[in-house]
Write a protein that binds this ligand. Structure first.
Ligand SMILES: Cc1ncc(COP(=O)(O)O)c(C=O)c1O
Length: 369
């Protein structure tokens, strides 16, 4: 099967990721922070190395990086920890359900005021963001680094800077960009998945917070440290990690980060962008296809609709031709009314670095004319 769904999850995983996971199940089998045997010490060192590399990637200290079950959990924890009753929040029309839904829930629970920045020319306009920040004076600006529907990539560093100047904290959802682009953009909090561009296993993500940002733990439980106390420790990363961690997944991510460094993030991203450009070129020639092309920088993600066929029908044709894509709304509930795709969503193709030019030709040819 040709995998054109990297925006949902990367496939295949590098062989070293599988080997690291397997090594945990076959040989290691313990948590780093639950004991002091030589096995625990070995695992502890591997987990620490993974945390340290993530810290470098987000530009925050390793100790301020907590492992979570994914970007969804990271966003939920961060929003719940930061927002208090009556707070104002600025966000964007591009957000994923993992930000939209906790925001809506908190709006009901805590009476938040949530303002949504609409897209401008397919992207986010810094002037409009500045005006919204000045008018609303929000406590938090939460935004995705890139649209998981159109691939539009935003200038996160400029947006974080603007927010800071208007006294707002920033929570960056880097799920679509981690492993592909620079995510050390000066955000106060960064949430991301391990299993997309980072090429790690699913069910793992992280939340990173800048030093000095004191946030109350949102889950309480075992941490392996301060175990005699009945209060959950407020110190990071334990503050945001409760319960037995998914150690095999963390070690898998550690191997993925080493693989990314060895291959070169820029090179992998450029390959995927090349495949995206080839897809665009070929799809443009297919009758009935309308590409939803944002101007400006983008990730290796593209969406299109067809004038005669529903996205699900195109998805079924591609499936029959051995191509896996995603169709529908892609868990981004707000953006479709701006794209005019609110009825059935889009067909999304998101190539990763393992996709070949021949794969791209097979996929484009399978889209009915
Ligand atoms: C922009 C964005 N944010 C958050 C998520 C949620 O990530 P996870 O499913 O790993 O929790 C996704 C995944 O689809 C995403 O694309």
């Amino acid at each position: 099967m040709i995998h054109l769904d990297q925006a949902a999850t990367s496939h295949p995983k590098p062989p070293t990721v599988l080997a690291a996971i397997r090594d945990w199940y076959e040989r290691l089998g313990v948590s780093g922070d639950r004991g002091d045997s030589s096995l625990c010490r070995e695992v502890r060192q591997k987990v620490a190395a993974t945390r340290a590399r993530l810290g470098e990637l987000v530009g925050l200290p390793a100790q301020r990086v907590a492992f979570t079950s994914g970007a969804t959990e990271s966003l939920n924890l961060a929003l719940r920890a930061v927002l208090r009753g009556g707070d104002k929040v600025l966000t964007t029309a591009f957000e994923h359900g993992s930000a939209v839904r906790p925001l809506r829930a908190l709006q009901r629970e805590r009476g938040l005021r949530v303002e949504v920045l609409p897209p401008a020319g397919g992207g986010l306009d810094a002037g409009a963001a500045a005006a919204a920040l000045a008018a609303l004076r929000p406590r938090l600006f939460v935004f995705t680094h890139a649209s998981n529907v159109t691939g539009a990539l935003f200038d996160a560093a400029a947006l974080c800077d603007l927010a800071r100047r208007h006294g707002a904290l920033t929570l960056l959802d880097a799920s679509q960009t981690a492993g592909l682009f620079d995510i050390a953009v000066g955000a106060d909090l960064v949430a991301a998945s391990a299993h997309k561009g980072l090429h790690g296993p699913p069910g793992l993500g992280f939340l990173a917070a800048r030093e000095g940002l004191d946030l109350p733990p949102q889950k309480q439980g075992g941490t392996g440290s301060a175990a005699a106390l009945d209060e959950h420790p407020p110190t990071w990363p334990a503050a945001f990690e409760a319960g037995t961690p998914d150690t095999p997944a963390i070690l898998g991510l550690g191997a993925a980060l080493q693989w990314l460094d060895a291959e070169g993030r820029g090179h992998l991203c450029a390959t995927a962008l090349e495949r995206r450009a080839e897809l665009i070129e070929l799809l443009r020639r297919r009758p009935g296809v309308r590409l939803l092309e944002p101007p400006g920088p983008r990730t290796p993600v593209l969406s299109f609709v067809h004038e005669g066929l529903d996205p699900a029908e195109i998805g079924a044709m591609l499936d029959a031709a051995g191509v896996h894509v995603r169709t529908g709304f892609h868990c981004a509930p707000w953006i479709h009314r701006h794209l005019g795709t609110e009825t059935a969503g889009t067909v999304r193709m998101s190539p990763g670095p393992f996709v070949s030019a021949a794969d791209v030709r097979t996929a484009a040819a399978a889209v009915a004319g």
